[in-house]
Design a protein around this ligand. Structure first.
Ligand code: FAD
Length: 344
């Protein structure tokens, strides 16, 4: 029955991906702190992983705003497997009874949250961009629906109330000046009924900087005119140590793979520098990048929406401006060379 569950504490579930802590936990801690303050409840992180890995990650998480960090560590949890992680988390939730549980809306987080919500009987709001509590102290969330054309407000009424939070929807928590208490939680995998196992992991062979965690991004749009325009974008990105992004128009034109798309139906990014080249700045694109610290727009149309919100709006033909910028960077660094002129 909704309302029968009396939990205490806001939990944020950390993710360890191939041995490394994913920094989205710090975004969850920012989101969770708002709920914890509103409810007057403790904010806790949960780190699940293989021997040594979870406890190492917990030492990184503990100073970043959590009052308590639960560590669930076992060889059976070395690689992410939602059946195993779900069983481990269910045991911890049944023992400690948190009020709200936040996961990252990553591939692993989405899978784990759905499983845990069924195992524990709690309601789940998926892929949300904002969390709060309503007058009844239930979890309330904003989530884009119909491919982002509408934003719906949902309320989760069955505890433990859960949500998956879209990466980059919140800023990352900083060191809080105090270190949360680290609490180990032992598990016994012999009781788990696992029907799958991880055989191995083959990383994608790409030297590109990952878009979602990039500090600098150079993006290209329809204004490039053709797929070869991305050679120039890549060259500018390379000289800035930046990742390559794109508008949906460029992706839909087949100029660059979908994994580069920024926006409502692509990635949400929050870099320190975002350079938009030949992108008009429709609302769906802005939804994915407008939280960037410093935005540079290069566009021949001074009335383009992105030119209006940019910190630096450069009016002109990108095929003249970008090579000049690259040449200047090379000059400043004392490097020889002429920027490759992309076919126009
Ligand atoms: C449900 C839905 C979801 C969507 N999701 C996304 C999303 O996730 N991401 C996204 O990006 N879009 C998304 N869109 C599409 C979005 O509405 C726009 O159509 C798209 O962002 C436009 O891409 P663009 O800015 O590259 O192209 P355009 O709007 O065509 O803009 C091209 C720009 O290039 C400039 N330009 C042209 N030539 C030059 C030149 N030589 N030098 C300099 N500037 C030049 C033009 O002045 C213009 O401003 C979505 C749409 C819908 C309906």
């Amino acid at each position: 029955m909704p309302g029968d569950y009396n939990g205490n504490g806001i939990w944020c579930i950390a993710e360890i991906r191939h041995g490394a802590l994913v920094p989205t936990i710090y975004e969850l801690l920012t989101a969770g702190r708002g709920l914890a303050t509103a409810l007057g409840q403790p904010l806790c992180a949960v780190v699940i992983g293989g021997p040594g890995k979870a406890s190492q990650a917990a030492t990184a998480v503990a100073p970043r705003g959590a009052d308590k960090v639960y560590v669930v560590e076992h060889a059976a949890l070395d690689a992410f497997l939602d059946e195993a992680y779900g069983a481990a988390l269910k045991g911890l939730i049944e023992k400690e009874r948190p009020a709200k549980v936040l996961f990252s809306a990553s591939a692993a987080g989405r899978s784990l949250a759905a499983r845990v919500s069924v195992l524990c009987g709690g309601g789940l709001a998926s892929d949300v961009t904002e969390v709060s509590v309503n007058g009844d102290k239930h979890l309330q969330a904003l989530r884009p629906v119909y491919a982002g054309n509408l934003i719906s407000q949902v309320s989760v009424r069955r505890g433990p109330e859960m949500a998956t939070v879209r990466p980059m929807a919140y800023s990352r928590s900083e060191a809080a000046g105090k270190t949360g208490e680290v609490v180990p939680h032992a598990v016994d995998p012999s009781a788990w009924n696992l029907r799958s196992k991880v055989l191995g992991f083959t990383p994608e062979e790409s030297k590109e900087i990952d878009l979602s965690s990039a500090e600098r991004i150079v993006s290209g749009g329809r204004g490039l005119g053709n797929p070869k325009g991305f050679e120039l974008i890549r060259e500018l990105a390379h000289s800035l140590g930046a990742a390559v992004g794109a508008s949906r128009a460029a992706v839909d034109s087949g100029w660059i793979p979908y994994r580069h798309q920024v926006g409502l139906t692509g990635r949400t990014v929050r870099p320190r520098l975002y350079v938009a080249c030949g992108i008009s700045g429709q609302i769906q694109h802005l939804a994915g990048m407008s939280s960037s610290d410093f935005i540079v727009a290069i566009n021949s149309d001074p009335e383009a929406p992105l030119m209006k919100i940019a910190n630096l709006a450069v009016e002109g033909d990108l095929y003249q401006i970008i090579p000049a910028v690259i040449a200047e960077i090379q000059k400043q660094r004392g490097e020889a060379g002429t920027p490759a002129a992309a076919a126009h």
